[in-house]
Design a binder for this molecule. Structure first.
Ligand code: SF4
Length: 66
């Protein structure tokens, strides 16, 4: 998969189909229609981007916490 912001974003969830295809799901899309559910890759600019090393509790709304 090509490099981009999503691969290192706290809001991404990787989806792997039974056939082995991989998609990056943007969890911000569940709260904000401005973000596509499956962003076209690579995303190189995104206002929603947050690095994965920030804790989920700091950045995710409670309904998206695991
Ligand atoms: S917020 Fe932006 S960078 Fe993060 S997963 Fe969604 S589209 Fe990708």
């Amino acid at each position: 998969m090509r490099k981009g912001l999503c691969g290192n974003c706290a809001f991404v969830r990787e989806i792997v189909t039974p056939k082995g295809s991989r998609f990056l799901l943007c969890q911000l899309s569940q709260k904000d229609a401005a973000y596509p559910k499956y962003p076209r890759q690579p995303v190189i600019l995104c206002q929603g981007y947050r690095p994965k090393n920030e804790s989920a509790e700091e950045i995710l709304p409670p309904e998206l916490l695991p």
